[in-house]
Design a protein around this ligand. Structure first.
Ligand code: PRX
Length: 632
């Protein structure tokens, strides 16, 4: 088993070891895995060039560490408990043996279809167990999975498939979410029409919708696996072979395909899962994230399964059929650890206490949050009413780029403080720097959050653009990874994440780049320019405020333009990226060099009407006045 600390003294001791002798520390953690060949060189790194390699020379397969490693004593234990969108539909359970057989069968089917090691397979599926089967089968044969969240539009899907060069796409006829059906196949059809790379589409039947099947390209999942053997020997992978590409938004340009590699990701997610959640044998763990985001990759699938855990997977949404759904699932399956996003907590809190009536929640031992800062009120509600004052809340800070949790309490071990991610995990060396890159030492300081030493889970590159990787994360501050987050270290040395310091907006825990939303809005034929900023939102954490320059209202008037801007964003990105507020303006505040002064727009979006700081570089101060007054 992966080593686990169980006391505060143990944490302090292990942390010290991990900082004074990082390679010795990680070698010890890695020893608990199953390697076909051990590494020659544990760590090789150069932050200047953004080159990081862990466990070089080692040979392994991550799925052997999930299945073969646990085979003898976990074969009949539940690996996945699946709870459907509609509670009247039956729950599905897969033991480790059943999941293993499905993974091997699907691995053979992929090989039969000609998928080779190193090829990218796109996955666009709802939250069903086949999604786990598909991703693990890719990992088993050495194909690189690239999962696209099933809320993304056809254009976003095709952009990602093209960038990754996916040759095969795994999708479904549709997906259930609350009382809605997402027509996934129709969206995937449109996406595939726009890209030449996808030659085969495997289609899972989930909703039973009538769909088009294109001859020579599309094949039903059941036909794809029919008659295929469940004997499969895992492909031997190099430690640094890519495991997956996952797209995420940055402050500029198009989304980046972050690449995680096999061995480092495995060691890091397994170790952090076990220690943060203090998972014990027989526990039922429920992560409510979608596998389309990194939380689902690391802490619904890989981290738990590498520990032989029982991972609960939920297809639906927290408010269907009513706002007591999560609590009902927790009671039904006797969940011990529950991991969700602050947005979900805030929205359920806002719906009132009656949804907790009759819910016992007695099985809960640990509560977790991730994805955005959690405000004190939500923290207390979660702690008092869900955890009944007896479950530690682990506020876990990390990112798509970090692969796994970086700063977090260890459940029941680290004393918590509402809205603080508390202390760095073993092997993580955070530093706080000021604007000039000067390290701010000691306590009671605030600045930008950087990490000065590599950890095994760090992303290795951006798919097809290593220079962008270097520039984005390693060029702002010398010899450090820059997270893009602001942070405070308080008088006790505890870390509190303050939110992004760049143009990334975190809406309901979904990460969006302002440039990405602006580019979508600018596709609207009547919009010449736009600027998007975040503003504080009671439920979503941040909302999206769009200032749009529109010079022609001939069709539909102002309201018509607003509606069509919303439609455009839904079509180009997905409906989760729709602005909450759209203000039509005649121009945007710009500097003489043509740069939009977002600082001012952010203040206005927050409700400020004066006190804009230094505005001497503004080209046209009248524009600001007009925006404040709401004039076009
Ligand atoms: O701003 C931080 C916020 O989410 C960003 C990373 O988003 P993403 O790559 O989509 O990964 C989300 C799930 C790991 C971070 O830069 N964030 C994440 N966790 C926290 C957080 N902000 C405050 N507190 C957290 N616990």
């Amino acid at each position: 088993m992966v080593p686990r600390v169980s006391t505060l003294g143990g944490y302090i001791f292990e942390y010290q070891k991990s900082v004074t002798n990082p390679t010795g520390f990680w070698a010890h953690v890695a020893d608990s895995f199953f390697w076909r060949k051990k590494w020659d060189n544990l760590l090789n790194w150069d932050f200047e060039k953004a080159e990081i390699k862990w466990f070089e020379g080692a040979k392994l397969n991550i799925t052997e560490n999930i299945f073969e490693r646990h085979q003898f004593y976990r074969a009949n234990q539940k690996a996945i408990i699946w709870e459907p969108n509609d509670p009247s539909e039956a729950t599905r359970e897969l033991t480790y043996q059943q999941l293993f057989d499905e993974v091997k069968r699907f691995s053979n089917a992929l090989l039969k279809a000609g998928v080779k090691k190193g090829e990218v397979v796109g996955i666009y599926l709802p939250m069903v167990p086949e999604l786990v089967v598909a991703m693990l089968a890719c990992a088993r044969i050495g194909a690189i999975h690239s999962i696209v969240f099933a809320g993304f539009s056809a254009q976003s899907l095709s952009d990602r498939l093209i960038d990754a060069g996916a040759s095969l796409l795994i999708t479904a006829d549709g997906g259930f979410r609350g009382n809605k059906i997402t027509p996934l196949k129709a969206i995937a059809d449109e996406a595939m029409d726009n890209c030449n790379c996808v030659k085969t589409a495997v289609v899972l039947k989930r909703t039973g919708e009538t769909i088009q099947m294109k001859a020579g390209r599309d094949i039903w999942w059941d036909d794809f696996v029919a008659g295929v053997s469940t004997d499969h020997e895992a492909e031997l992978m190099d430690a640094e072979d890519p495991l997956f590409v996952l797209y995420t938004s940055g402050s500029t340009g198009k989304p980046k395909g972050l690449v995680h590699t096999v061995a480092g990701f495995m060691v890091f997610t397994a170790y952090t899962f076990r220690n943060v959640f203090q998972y014990g044998d027989g526990d039922v763990y429920f992560c409510s994230a979608d596998i389309g985001w990194v939380t689902g990759h690391s802490y619904l699938v890989y981290g738990p399964l590498l520990n032989g855990a029982t991972s609960l997977m939920f297809e639906g949404i927290p408010t269907f059929p009513d706002a007591g759904r999560y609590w009902e699932i927790i009671d039904k399956h006797q969940v011990n650890q529950f991991y969700t996003a602050p947005t979900a907590i805030r929205s359920l809190m806002a719906m009132g206490m009656e949804w907790l009536d009759g819910k016992r929640l007695k099985s809960l031992k640990v509560l977790g949050t991730v994805g955005e800062p959690i405000n004190e009120e939500a923290w207390h509600w979660y702690h008092d009413h869900i955890g009944k004052n007896r479950c530690p809340v682990v506020d876990t800070w990390w990112q798509t780029e970090t692969g796994g949790i970086m700063i977090s309490p260890l459940a029941g071990i680290t004393p918590t403080k509402p809205s603080y991610a508390t202390m760095p995990l073993m092997g993580i060396q955070p530093v706080i720097v000021d604007q000039d890159g000067k390290e701010l030492t000691g306590n009671s300081v605030e600045g930008n959050l950087c990490i000065k030493y590599p950890w095994p889970g760090i992303a290795r590159t951006i798919w097809g653009d290593h220079e962008r990787f270097r520039q984005t994360y390693f060029s702002t501050y010398k010899n450090m990874y820059f997270s893009g987050d602001g942070v405070k270290r308080d008088e006790d040395g505890y870390y509190r994440i303050l939110g992004r310091v760049d143009d990334v907006i975190n809406v309901s825990g979904h990460r969006l780049g302002s440039a990405e939303i602006e580019n979508a809005i600018n596709e609207h034929p009547l919009i010449s320019e736009s600027a998007v900023v975040g503003f504080p939102h009671d439920i979503k954490g941040q909302g999206i405020y769009a200032y749009v320059v529109c010079t022609n209202f001939s069709t539909g008037g102002e309201e018509g333009i607003r509606q069509s801007v919303l439609l455009t964003v839904s079509k180009i990105i997905g409906s989760f990226a729709k602005p909450d507020k759209i203000q039509l303006v005649s121009g945007l505040p710009k500097t003489r060099s043509g740069k939009i002064m977002r600082r001012i727009l952010r203040k206005i979006a927050e409700g400020n009407t004066s006190d804009f700081g230094d505005t001497t570089t503004l080209l046209d101060p009248e524009v600001v006045e007009e925006i404040v007054q709401g004039k076009i």
